[in-house]
Write a protein that binds this ligand. Structure first.
Ligand SMILES: NC(=O)c1ccc[n+]([C@@H]2O[C@H](COP(=O)([O-])OP(=O)(O)OC[C@H]3O[C@@H](n4cnc5c(N)ncnc54)[C@H](OP(=O)(O)O)[C@@H]3O)[C@@H](O)[C@H]2O)c1
Length: 303
């Protein structure tokens, strides 16, 4: 059993590699910084390949180097973001981001998928993001790349299903995770982040259970379920405000109000879930959570 993990030098990728090792996988670790890769490959007693995924030729050459290694699991995890308004952010950096977040996983997914289909086995995990469900003012290119990789993954999964293939593809869509992401992107999350270890373990467990869209964390699951009912312009305003307030201190105060609101909502929801179990009042319960969810955004907007 062998896995190739891109972006394995830090954060989610490094913890995915650690967990796959624990599960008995041989590893090929990929990223662009050799010093960091050396440390993790030493820790995991694994092979590593330095590859700058901004460069298509290096992506093709990566595949050539590993195509005969009988890899069963491909994790397209490497990626980065860039905060700022679209007319001010550097074009070159954005084009690099498109290469790393969208083009490289596209190439690797296609090349490995062909091999996996021939063997009729294998797993591909594409690391998208909760950003893949949304448009992201002030982080626009990043959100767009994550939409790309999520939608590509979903479409491929349906093709595989129609073929009755035993190859599985999944998209990992986490919300904020505590990694180097912010430092690289030049921003700061003021919302609670999940640990990369939790996200990695959750993702791999779900991938092996053939789950198509993997969203770690209960509140993010709920948020991603209900965001689809928001009118587009309202969703855009909310996302803009969330990104805009990333470095503003009083946003923390707003968060506290929202949290308080959550507690009240949780209390009501809990009560209604009891009603659900007793009286089978399923619709009442879900409707209430739906309105609670909206009320958070109204509190945020009001602030
Ligand atoms: N953190 C979050 O909140 C969050 C949420 C949702 C999704 N994600 C996604 O999770 C994935 C992993 O990010 P992370 O949060 O773990 O961030 P991270 O700690 O910054 O790790 C990013 C990884 O990507 C690699 N990478 C970046 N540019 C590369 C390039 N040009 N060529 C090869 N490798 C490159 C980095 O390698 P080097 O160290 O060599 O640069 C590093 O190993 C990304 O796709 C990100 O979009 C993150």
């Amino acid at each position: 059993m062998k896995a190739l993990v891109t972006g394995a030098s830090s954060g989610i990728g490094r913890d995915i590699a650690r967990y796959l090792k624990e599960k008995g996988y041989e590893l090929i670790l990929v990223s662009k910084t050799e010093s960091k890769l050396k440390n993790i490959s030493k820790e995991l007693d694994s092979k590593y390949i330095v590859c700058d995924l901004r460069n298509k030729e290096e992506v093709y050459s990566l595949y050539e180097k590993v195509k005969n290694e009988n890899i069963n699991v491909l994790v397209n995890n490497a990626g980065f973001g860039l905060f700022g308004v679209f007319d001010e952010t550097p074009l070159d950096r954005e084009l690099e981001m498109i290469e790393v977040n969208a083009v490289a996983p596209h190439i690797l997914t296609k090349l490995f998928l062909k091999d996996f289909i021939k063997k009729d086995s294998g797993y591909i995990l594409n690391v998208a993001s909760s950003a893949g469900f949304l448009s992201g003012p002030k982080l626009s290119t990043y959100y767009a790349t994550k939409n790309y990789i999520l939608k590509l993954t979903l479409a491929i999964s349906e093709e595989l299903r129609r073929k009755k293939s035993r190859v599985h593809i999944s998209a990992l869509c986490p919300g904020p995770v505590d990694t180097n992401f912010n430092k690289v992107a030049g921003g700061e999350f003021h919302t609670k982040s999940l640990s990369s270890e939790f996200v990695a373990r959750y993702a791999i467990d779900k991938m092996f259970k053939n789950k198509l869209i993997i969203i770690p964390g209960f509140s993010m699951k709920v948020a991603m379920f209900f965001q689809r009912f928001l009118p587009t312009k309202l969703a855009l305003r909310i996302t803009y405000n969330i990104q805009d307030k990333k470095n503003v201190k009083w946003f923390e105060a707003a968060e506290k109000v929202v949290k308080k609101n959550w507690y009240i909502d949780l209390f009501i929801s809990k009560y209604q879930f009891f009603c659900f179990f007793e009286k089978n009042g399923y619709k009442v319960s879900i409707t209430s959570i739906y309105f609670s969810y909206f009320s958070h955004f109204f509190v945020l907007e009001a602030l």
